[in-house]
Structure formats: C-alpha cells, structure tokens
Design a binder for this molecule. Structure first.
Ligand SMILES: Cc1ncc(COP(=O)(O)O)c(C=O)c1O
Length: 426
C-alpha cells in the first residue's frame, strides 16, 4: 500500500512539514522592543528613516519611501507620474490583481499584455502591440523567481516616451546585469506582505533615483506634507508605515542575504535533479539575471508526461503527498476577484466597464500557464535541506508512475472532491 498515491488512500511520501515562514529571531524581537520603548509608534519615525536608508542602499537607489503596502505603492507612483483618466497603462495578464488595480485606482485603464512562456513575465513583443496614443506607462512584474526583460522594456519605454515602473513584490534582492531591481526604470514597488521573501506582515516601499518623484510620493503617502521644506504641499492621504513594521524589516533585511543563498543552493540542486524527470521543467533564469531573489519557484509541467493528468489534479495529488505546491495566479481578467459590483465601483458615465476591466482580453500564454502548465513552489520550501528537494523529485516520480492508470480519466471528478475534503478545502 505504501506505494499507492496518498490521494487514493496510500501513505503520503512526506509526513513532515516544510520550513515555516516567516522566520524571525532576536533581530526582529529587539527591533520591536526598541520601537515599543521609543514611544514613537506611528509613521515617519527614526526607525523608518534607518530602514529606508538601508533598503535604498540595498536596491542601489537614491531613495526608498516606506508605504503601508505594495499595492498603494503602485498607485502612488502612477499618481506622482501624473497618470490618470484617459491614460492607459500596460500590465501583464499573469500577476496579482494589485498590478492592474493601480491604474484603475487613478482613473486610468489597465491594458493586458501576454507573458513569455520561458519566464512568465510580460512579453515585450506583445507590449509593442498594445501601445496606443493613450499609453503612458508599462508595469512589468518580476514574477515569482524571474526578472522581466528589462533591456528590451527600457528600449520600448525610451522609444515611445513611456514610464517604466517595476513591480518588485516578488524579487527582493534580484539583479539584472549587476543592477538591483527597482530603480532600473522610473520607480519600483516592493511588498513586505506576509508571504513575501522579507516581511513585516504588511508594508511596502517605493524605490527611485528621482528626487522629484521621491518628494512627491512622500507627500502623497503623508497627507500632502512634503519632505523638502518649502516645496508646495501635495494632495495626499495617509498611507504611512508604522515603526513596528520598520523595526521588523531592519531584521529581515539583515537576514535576507543568507536566506537567498540557502534558497539558491536548494533550487540549483532541485533544478538539476528535475532534469531527469520527464515533463517537469524549472524555468531557467535569463543570462542577464546576476542575482535571483525569490517569491515562488516557477515550474512548467507537460501533462503528456503524466498520462494527460490535468494540472489541477496534479496539484491536489502532490499536495496529498505532502508537497505544498500551488497553481500560479489566475489571469487577472479571469479572476473571480476582478468583478467589482456597480454599487462598490462606479466608472465614469462615458466609460465601458468591460473595456476598462479588460474583460474581453485574450492572452493565450498567460491563460495556458495559469490554467494548464504552471506550478508555483513558495520560497519557504527552499529554506531547508537537500532531502526536502529529493522529496519533491520523488513525489513527481511517484505521481508519474501512477499517471498512466486509466482510472484517472474516469474518476477525476470523484478524486478531486475526495482530495478537497482531505485538504479541508470544502
Ligand atoms: C505582483 C504583486 N504586486 C503587488 C502586490 C501587492 O502587495 P501587497 O499585498 O503588499 O499590497 C502583490 C502581493 O501579493 C504581488 O504579488
């Protein structure tokens, strides 16, 4: 029985959990006590100043401005760049909603471009096709473990006089040709939300080399107050980060390089080991990627090597074996969360909501990866041992060994329901 699949009642290949996230220790504990005892708990305190300085240096940027989260960061960057109603912003179809949400928040229209199959990042050729006279900016996302093709995107941005905003929510510490991500274009947006590679539970930062942009964003997140005395006030709300978050992030930034090293070592080992498994491919970093930060490892599967097993069923089967893999994001315009009700979200009378939301978009590669071929392994899974990596490989092999069992095809639905119950999803 031990050899049969766990989803069919066999013993799971792996019983012990993968490393938990977040990781913390004395660095964060002492930082939190320092914030607590300082009496300055809100935003714009000395601990935030310290963290912003350190994070700017880490990103090779002149400025880092701490903000409440990595969604508002994108919105504030667009606002500071003067992007608003009537403008279009090109975003990848495969990303977390926040990337496309930001243009909507400032009254602009997100326009979806497809991704490339080899990195799941925005495809520069499709970006070119989506440019119109109304396009003002491109927001590439450095998705999961990859970096968007910045050299080509910079070229397009220069050629068409567009702003380039990097969504770096997944890539703390990555470098493109030796340059840290974030300030390669006009500005970069980072998230410190719970699942990210460094975290304070919530939080975000904008990095930029532009003094002007930094000053505007500081005002926009701080009720209109400007950082540089005597410059005119902006019209902003409160999007500040607390001293507690900054204190935790100082610790997280300090431990990041060693975590990056552990992740890289394990991923290299896994990549090599998976070369022997038919139909499973860890996406390769491009030659320009000189350092790879990480949110999830992107893995493509070919169902033909698994007897035609649907990807979602493969996810359930691997999970039942003790491997906490997930599918990638929904394509934004297909997401159940991308459906504002008219009561909660009103478009201007001259706007067509379907068009503003891009609901008729069709980005075939994004859809293929999201629905059929993509798997994502969270970075926490690479903070342990080589044995953890061997278990991932063995789980694929175990599933593959049973994949030709024709019962999959007739019993798919039943198995899926059973697994969902086992995993507590329903
Ligand atoms: C690609 C991407 N952009 C932006 C965000 C938004 O970050 P936050 O959750 O801090 O608002 C996320 C968060 O998951 C993300 O994955």
């Amino acid at each position: 029985m031990t050899d049969s699949l766990a989803i069919q009642g066999g013993a799971p290949l792996r019983q012990e959990p993968f490393p938990e996230w977040p990781i913390f220790g004395d660095l964060e504990r002492e930082g939190l006590m320092r914030a607590l005892e300082s009496g300055h708990w809100g935003g714009e305190g000395p601990i935030e100043a310290e963290f912003s300085q350190q994070f700017a240096t880490f990103c090779g940027a002149r400025h880092a401005i701490c903000v409440a989260n990595g969604s508002i960061t994108l919105e504030l960057i667009l606002k500071a760049l003067g992007i608003g109603p009537g403008d279009e912003v090109i975003v990848p179809a495969l990303t977390w909603l926040a990337t496309a949400w930001a243009p909507l928040q400032v009254g602009a229209t997100p326009v979806f471009a497809d991704i490339s199959a080899d990195d799941w990042c925005i495809d520069p050729n499709d970006v070119r096709k989506k440019i119109t006279s109304r396009t003002k900016a491109i927001i590439p996302v450095h998705l999961y473990s990859q970096i968007a093709p910045m050299t080509q995107l910079l070229e397009i941005a220069r050629e068409h006089r567009l702003h380039l905003i990097e969504d770096c929510a997944h890539t703390h510490g990555s470098e493109w040709e030796g340059q840290p991500v974030g300030a390669i274009g006009d500005a970069g947006s980072f998230s410190f939300q719970s699942s990210k590679g460094m975290t304070a539970g919530e939080g975000g930062a904008v990095v930029t080399n532009s003094d002007h942009l930094a000053d505007l964003i500081f005002g926009l997140k701080n009720c209109g107050r400007r950082r540089i005395p005597d410059s005119p006030a902006t019209f902003g709300s409160n999007n500040r980060m607390t001293e507690f978050q900054s204190a935790v992030l100082i610790g997280q930034l300090q431990r990041l390089p060693s975590l990056m090293e552990t992740r890289a070592e394990n991923i290299n080992y896994l990549r090599e080991a998976l070369r022997t498994v038919d139909g499973v491919k860890v996406l390769e970093p491009k030659k320009e990627v000189t350092r790879q930060g990480m949110y999830c490892l992107s893995v493509a599967v070919d169902d033909r090597a698994f007897g035609g097993m649907p990807r979602d069923l493969m996810v359930d089967t691997l999970q039942a074996e003790g491997i906490p893999v997930t599918p990638p994001y929904d394509v934004v315009y297909r997401s159940t969360l991308w459906k504002p009700s008219e009561k909660l979200w009103k478009f201007a009378p001259d706007k067509n909501p379907r068009k503003e939301l891009g609901l008729d978009a069709h980005c075939p590669i994004s859809e293929q990866v999201s629905l059929h071929t993509g798997l994502a392994f969270n970075h926490r899974m690479f903070l342990g041992t080589k044995k953890d990596m061997d278990d991932i490989v063995d789980a694929f092999l175990k599933v593959q060994k049973h994949a030709d069992d024709m019962r999959w095809k007739s019993l798919n639905k039943k198995f899926r329901l059973a697994t969902r119950k086992v995993l507590g999803k329903i």
